[in-house]
Design a protein around this ligand. Structure first.
Ligand SMILES: [Zn+2]
Length: 492
């Protein structure tokens, strides 16, 4: 395999002809999502677009003005993926995206140099490397690299760059005895053609298919950013070459300036200033949490101490969390009190907790979830989760309250003396709940509540009537007339 880009890595364009063009699909990742692009695979007589290989990513560019989205190697051929077809036999101009390619050349030749010098100086072999988008890494067969070794390595590679050392490409046949002498990580199974040796004069000879600079001076500079722990007994060396060093310095300086203005201190004090800030934020968060817990306890106590509290409690608070709501729920006896708590933005997202008698909570939980566009679950008289929007909070509250009042009064009427009335009201509200929804139900529930209140008054009068009768029967009062008079007095 020897494409024009390998014979002359500096050639930016080439006029050649189209050998084949067939429909194809490309799987690629765009902003974190996998997608399939329909297009065409194009083979050319020759190309200046490098297909990936030797750790170097593939080129981008144009074929007759059509963007090339991917270049892969298939045996002796480079396959170019393009979105629209090009005519077979036609002469086309192939142009390489030079900025991307030259960056790859700098990183790749830089890797050869670092690898060679690390082996020469310390005997650390390179087991693999990766040309990343931002930074590249070399995996060294060494459990660790000391800061002094790192400095010596950086000094040495930059000295060679200053030494203006030529980099030559030699082509050898597979059976040439010289092939045995060069460093190599092996040839791909489908390798075709002569063997390429990248020779950095007096420094290194290495078998490689990549595109390389012709002189080390074209690397400009190498910066070893540091080391990271690699796989077992390996160390990853992080490095930048050439223009990447310049871009990195530019970005670092811009960050530094932003920090100077934010922290109001010089770069030398930045670490100390951020450390101080973080500690004070942690302390504030701790204080804040503890205050929030105290508020929760006070809210619950306040409710419990209110003689007119009833048995429905609802609360919304912008600041709060699940624990805040749990504390309130733990403090208030939810066997008898129904609780509806929310925290978060009034019309925005938040958290909610519904607590109360388990049957009612299990029944109402999913409805609350639906109205708050939330996600959640519940058991044992609690139902909680996240709400996408608390905009319908007031509606939920009204629904729960009506439901609660209606059910509470049902229980009053379940006393044996009023069995018939209780059954009537009970079946009436049950039926309503299953057949009606929303405002219709709310209206009916309100009517039912009024009815229930009237019946409760009647019940009190009935009890009084029975008591009076009992008293007359047992001679505790003289006449029934007295009793009727008293009853009339009660009603007026
Ligand atoms: Zn290489």
């Amino acid at each position: 395999m020897a494409f024009q880009c390998q014979r002359d890595s500096y050639m930016r364009e080439l006029v050649t002809s189209v050998v084949s063009c067939s429909p194809a699909e490309l799987q690629r990742e765009a902003s974190g999502k996998k997608e399939t692009v329909k297009g065409f695979n194009v083979k050319l007589l020759d190309t200046v677009l490098f297909p990936e290989g030797g750790g170097q990513p593939d080129d981008r560019g144009l074929i007759g003005g059509v963007p090339v989205l991917r270049v892969t190697r298939l045996g002796p051929d480079a396959v170019h993926f393009v979105a629209s077809p090009v005519q077979v036999g036609q002469e086309v101009r192939v142009e390489v995206d030079w900025e991307r390619r030259f960056d790859h050349m700098q990183q790749h030749s830089g890797q050869h140099l670092i690898t060679a010098v690390a082996e020469n100086l310390f005997g650390y072999r390179t087991t693999s490397w990766e040309l990343g988008r931002q930074r590249s890494t070399i995996e060294l067969d060494a459990p660790s690299v000391t800061p002094a070794q790192l400095r010596a390595l950086e000094d040495s590679v930059n000295e060679k760059i200053r030494g203006h050392v030529p980099v030559n490409v030699q082509l050898l046949s597979v059976d040439d005895p010289a092939v045995e002498k060069v460093r190599s990580r092996g040839l791909p199974d489908d390798h075709a053609g002569p063997i390429r040796i990248i020779d950095i004069e007096g420094v290194d000879a290495n078998m490689c298919c990549g595109t390389h600079v012709s002189n080390l001076s074209h690397l400009q500079v190498i910066k070893l950013l540091g080391t990271e722990k690699g796989k077992k007994n390996k160390t990853n060396l992080v490095f930048l070459v050439g223009n990447r060093v310049l871009r990195y310095a530019e970005k670092s300086y811009s960050t530094e300036r932003s920090l100077v203005s934010l922290l109001k201190t010089g770069p030398d004090e930045h670490v100390e200033a951020v450390d101080k800030l973080q500690k004070s934020v942690k302390l504030l968060q701790k204080t804040n949490l503890s205050l929030l817990r105290d508020v929760a306890v006070l809210v619950a106590q306040n409710f419990k101490n209110n003689p007119q509290r009833g048995n429905f409690f609802s609360l919304h608070r912008k600041e709060g969390d699940n624990e805040f709501m749990s504390i309130i729920a733990n403090e208030i006896n939810t066997e008898e009190t129904q609780l509806f708590l929310t925290v978060g933005e009034e019309k925005g997202p938040g958290l909610f907790l519904l607590a109360g008698p388990s049957g009612r909570v299990a029944e109402m939980g999913p409805r609350v979830l639906e109205m708050l566009q939330g996600k959640g679950a519940g058991k044992n008289g609690r139902f909680q989760g996240k709400a996408n929007s608390l905009a319908r909070r007031a509606e939920v509250e009204a629904l729960l309250q009506q439901q609660h009042t209606a059910e509470g009064d049902e229980q009053v009427f379940q006393a044996p003396a009023n069995a018939v009335t209780a059954v009537t009201v009970h079946s009436c509200t049950r039926g309503l709940r299953s057949s009606l929804t929303g405002s219709e139900y709310s209206r009916m529930a309100r009517k039912s509540t009024t009815m229930v209140r009237r019946m409760r008054t009647m019940k009190r009068h009935l009890n009084l009537f029975h008591t009076m009768n009992f008293m007359v029967l047992h001679g505790l009062v003289n006449q029934k007339k007295d009793v009727s008079g008293r009853l009339r007095g009660m009603n007026s």
